[in-house]
Design a protein. Structure first.
Length: 186
């Protein structure tokens, strides 16, 4: 099962939406791309659980492999926005600890300009957000639907609050297609 392909399609469509709708500078685009990538991988887990596919899929192994494939193809290279990508100072502190676990040393005094491989940033963010976000997506699906709850997390973390409201409706068809493709792939 190759879930990286449907994630890549969704990732590309979301990035296209963002560039068509908003004038993002390089830093904002970097922030959006890394957060979209992390949240789509988290969404994969929520979709697998929600659709009852966990008996077919080893979730930890699948997420690790998908994250590795996805990041190596779409997010290779380094970012100098390592900690600016985080949603809060608390998340930045947790990312610092995650990077340390990966054997990456970052000077805490240089957190504003620290460089790191994008793939490690995504993996760190996944470790930090995963359980909380999967719980949110699965509980919010009763109100927003599965695609709506995923779209909310993707938009809120990758854009500002006002922009997230603006793009939310446009994300629903992209996420719906992602869900369908994941079901087909499983």
């Amino acid at each position: 099962m190759d879930f990286a392909i449907p994630l890549k399609v969704a990732f590309d469509r979301i990035n296209l939406l963002y560039t068509e709708e908003f004038e993002l500078d390089d830093s904002q685009l970097e922030f959006a791309r890394i957060n979209v990538a992390a949240n789509l991988i988290i969404a994969l887990e929520a979709i697998i659980i929600d659709k009852g596919l966990s008996h077919k899929v080893n979730i930890p192994e699948t997420l690790d492999q998908t994250a590795a494939d996805f990041c190596s193809n779409l997010l290779s290279g380094k970012t100098s926005d390592t900690f600016k990508i985080c949603a809060s100072k608390d998340e930045a502190s947790k990312l610092y600890l995650e990077l340390t676990k990966f054997g990456i040393s970052v000077d805490p005094q240089e957190m504003d300009s620290a460089e790191c491989e994008r793939s490690f940033v995504v993996k760190g963010i996944l470790n930090i957000r995963r359980s909380k976000y999967v719980s949110f997506i699965l509980s919010a699906k009763d109100t927003l639907g599965l695609a709506g709850s995923i779209a909310m997390k993707v938009s809120q973390d990758s854009l500002g609050r006002d922009e997230a409201k603006h793009i939310y409706d446009n994300l629903i068809p992209v996420i719906t297609l992602l869900i369908e493709k994941i079901e087909e792939e499983a």
